[in-house]
Design a protein around this ligand. Structure first.
Ligand SMILES: *[C@@H]1O[C@H](CO)[C@@H](O)[C@H](O)[C@H]1NC(C)=O
Ligand SMILES: *[C@@H]1O[C@H](CO)[C@@H](O)[C@H](O)[C@H]1NC(C)=O
Ligand SMILES: *[C@@H]1O[C@H](CO)[C@@H](O)[C@H](O)[C@H]1NC(C)=O
Ligand SMILES: *[C@@H]1O[C@H](CO)[C@@H](O)[C@H](O)[C@H]1NC(C)=O
Ligand SMILES: *[C@@H]1O[C@H](CO)[C@@H](O)[C@H](O)[C@H]1NC(C)=O
Ligand SMILES: *[C@@H]1O[C@H](CO)[C@@H](O)[C@H](O)[C@H]1NC(C)=O
Ligand SMILES: *[C@@H]1O[C@H](CO)[C@@H](O)[C@H](O)[C@H]1NC(C)=O
Length: 225
């Protein structure tokens, strides 16, 4: 559509600027136990959707990853991050949930069987890429007891997009993430204003929502980078 193209060209300088300033690499977060995250607000029109959780590969075998997320291995799609790290996109049903008195948003629930000496943040970081919403502070993890893991996800009305819950990794840049997941940088920024108040700045461990274009980005975007 002509008006869309016009808008794109008006936005070009802005996008190039954002691409440039965000070239500074993300750095290790000092406290990985308390990574910034926020719930994706529920739309009154969408109760449930198919969403995607990005799982950072840390050596756990594929079958175990599927089991940790309570999914069939057919719901895991390998995705190449950097030169040789094969991560996974995990397709899950995502629903608007009231997790506790203060927290409503889109979640996918799975459960985890607690092992001796587990802590919540350690489990979330090690097995769920830090995407689990914290349970109450006083919650004691008891070995051999299953606990709910409420993983953050998102739903949008645009049927051409699926929301990916993405955890920022070492050396990631905003254009790099957008490119990896076929998303518009401007859409990523708009969806994460709670975290990206300093546009282009991202930090390791942040949990972002990335609206992935199911059919890829229009070719014209290639010229930007
Ligand atoms: C999710 O995807 C499955 C398989 O493609 C489909 O059958 C189902 O209707 C979808 N669910 C929603 C809520 O869109
Ligand atoms: C996983 O999905 C495949 C194909 O849909 C099916 O044949 C298989 O039985 C499923 N496995 C499990 C454990 O549900
Ligand atoms: C997900 O977990 C929350 C709290 O842990 C619970 O209230 C909700 O009913 C669960 N939803 C599903 C679909 O299991
Ligand atoms: C909900 O918010 C109130 C006020 O901020 C706080 O005192 C309470 O502990 C919160 N409850 C939970 C379960 O987080
Ligand atoms: C758990 O912690 C206790 C005390 O710190 C230690 O003695 C024990 O070996 C630990 N168990 C495992 C399985 O790591
Ligand atoms: C947990 O279960 C295993 C085997 O099922 C058992 O050997 C172990 O003693 C149990 N640990 C606790 C703390 O109950
Ligand atoms: C990040 O970049 C540095 C320098 O380019 C490189 O040495 C390091 O291996 C990279 N780390 C990861 C996790 O890719």
């Amino acid at each position: 559509m002509a008006s869309h193209n016009l808008l794109l060209y008006l936005l070009l300088p802005v996008l190039c600027f954002l691409a440039r300033i965000s070239n500074s690499h993300a750095s290790e977060s000092p406290s990985s136990s308390n990574s910034p995250m926020f719930t994706f607000p529920c739309s009154s029109k969408i109760k449930t959707c198919n969403a995607s959780l990005y799982h950072i590969n840390n050596g756990i075998p594929q079958e175990q990853v599927a089991s940790l997320y309570s999914v069939n291995t057919t719901q895991l799609t390998p995705i190449l991050h950097g030169r040789d790290q094969v991560d996974y996109l995990i397709t899950v049903p995502c629903s608007c949930e009231k997790i506790d008195v203060n927290t409503t948003g889109y979640f996918y629930n799975t459960s985890y069987l607690v092992q001796p000496n587990d802590t919540f943040y350690d489990v979330s970081n090690r097995f769920y890429s830090g995407q689990a919403w914290p349970i109450g502070e006083e919650y004691d993890l008891i070995a051999n007891v299953s606990i709910p893991m409420n993983l953050l996800c998102g739903c949008v009305e645009n049927e051409a997009q699926v929301v990916v819950t993405y955890t920022v990794q070492n050396n990631d840049t905003l254009p790099g993430i957008a490119n990896l997941l076929s998303a518009e940088i401007s859409d990523v920024l708009r969806m994460n204003t709670k975290l990206t108040q300093n546009p282009g700045y991202i930090d390791v461990g942040w949990v972002l929502y990335v609206p992935m274009e199911k059919n890829g980005l229009p070719q014209v975007k290639g010229r930007l980078f």
